[in-house]
Design a binder for this molecule. Structure first.
Ligand SMILES: Nc1nc2c(ncn2[C@@H]2O[C@H](COP(=O)(O)OP(=O)(O)OP(=O)(O)O)[C@@H](O)[C@H]2O)c(=O)[nH]1
Ligand SMILES: [Mg+2]
Length: 382
């Protein structure tokens, strides 16, 4: 088979997660369902999930050696060559796992990825602007640096596909010194872009600025399109949006700026958060945040918690927040249940509003909730 043909065929993958006292079974299953969606977004097909109960992930091999052998048997039997672990693997874990799956490094066939590599890979294939390309590349280099092993080097030369884009293909064979040099080069280029963006933002200083933030795939871009009648890319895949878009939005005859930005996710690689900080400047400098929530998602509370945590990590602590429960059309409750659900959500967080970007419902309520923030003039311009 030619290289191109091999790449166009959907890769088959198995996923691996652990159940620990800190991460009960229901949580692990939810994480794996999300990892499944991430894998699908990256273009591979998941055929099986493996889980193991442990006091904590094994520092040598993530799961126990017996489990690893069981996974290996499955890979061999079904000709599967992609294994994705739900947590970030250390260099030692990767090395030990590789020894089991690829006993002869010269004939390595199995690719070992973790959640972070997968997310970085999706970001790499979705980055469109110079800024987001540089940010992803920076994060990939920083992730790779402590994990550069000969086994990976060899594997990346042989195989393309998921997890092997960017530095995986181009530069993994070069040594750490060159990667370090590249990191500082990327940081320099990003600083320059940052300076340009800052000037741009300064020019908009006197306008009221609202930022849409939230978990990935909750409908931020759809909401932006509906509210500002624009056409920002939206789809049922994770991380459809990477770059920040700013649109004018006229609310009760007053022009303001609405920005749509990258979504958050659990266990977002730390380097990625770091390098995407400037993309999120628009959110950091906003006068008001609309925290968009997928009301129809079974794990919505966990998603809310992740978003709030990420905002703290980004240093966004004092900006007022309105919770916008989107996808209300997809909430499977009868009208009485819906009423009490909304009531309890509002009791939990009074600044809550319920909308459907798809059905174009709830815009007036949303506007009414935003209005006092603009008229109070309580916002400070920097
Ligand atoms: N049923 C329903 N689906 C919606 C609604 N709003 C958005 N969606 C769907 O949800 C999916 C994600 O929408 P996006 O607008 O791309 O979500 P996002 O939050 O911008 O996602 P990322 O940019 O990937 O983080 C798409 O398939 C939308 O059609 C809604 O009100 N109801
Ligand atoms: Mg989006």
């Amino acid at each position: 088979m030619t290289k191109t043909a091999a790449r166009s065929r959907s890769e088959l993958a198995v996923l691996v997660g652990v159940i620990t006292p800190a991460q009960p079974e229901s949580m692990t299953l939810e994480y794996l369902a999300e990892l499944d969606f991430l894998t699908d977004t990256a273009g591979a097909t998941v055929v099986k999930h493996f889980t193991q109960r442990l006091p904590h992930p094994d520092p040598r091999t993530y799961v126990g050696s017996g489990k690893l052998q069981e996974i290996n048997d499955h890979l061999v039997e079904h000709s599967i060559d992609l294994v994705i672990f739900d947590d970030e693997l250390s260099a030692a874990q990767i090395r030990n796992i590789e020894k089991v799956f690829n006993p002869n490094p010269l004939e390595a066939t199995v690719k070992v990825l973790d959640r972070s590599t997968l997310i970085l890979d999706i970001f790499a294939s979705r980055a469109r602007t110079a800024q987001s390309r540089l940010q992803v590349e920076l994060a990939q280099h920083e992730y790779l640096l402590p994990r550069l092993t000969r086994m990976w080097t060899h594997l990346s030369k042989q195989k393309g596909g998921i997890g092997m884009k960017g530095p995986g293909e181009k530069e993994i064979e070069t040594d750490r010194r060159i990667i370090r040099y590249r990191i500082s080069l990327l940081q320099g280029k990003l600083k320059e872009i940052d300076r340009q963006n800052q000037t741009q933002r300064k020019n908009r200083q006197d306008q009221f600025r609202i930022a849409l933030v939230g978990y990935t795939n909750v409908g931020k871009s759809s909401l932006m399109n509906w509210l500002t009648r624009s056409e920002v890319f939206a789809e049922n895949k994770l991380f459809a949006t990477l770059d920040t878009t700013v649109r004018k939005w006229v609310l009760n005859d007053r022009p303001m700026l609405l920005s749509d930005t990258v979504g958050f996710i659990r266990k977002l690689p730390h380097h990625l958060v770091e390098s995407f900080k400037s993309t999120l400047d628009e959110a950091r400098e906003a006068h008001l945040l609309l925290h968009v929530i997928d009301a129809s998602h079974p794990g919505l509370d966990a998603q809310i918690a992740v978003v709030e945590q990420t905002l703290v990590e980004l240093g966004i602590l004092n900006t007022p927040v309105i919770r916008v429960y989107n996808k209300m059309d997809a909430v499977d409750l009868d009208s009485a249940e819906l009423f009490s659900w909304q009531k309890s959500r509002t009791a939990q967080f009074p600044q809550s509003v319920f909308v459907s970007a798809k059905k174009h419902e709830g815009q007036d309520q949303l506007k009414a909730m935003i209005e006092p923030y603009i008229s109070s003039k309580s916002y400070v311009t920097n």
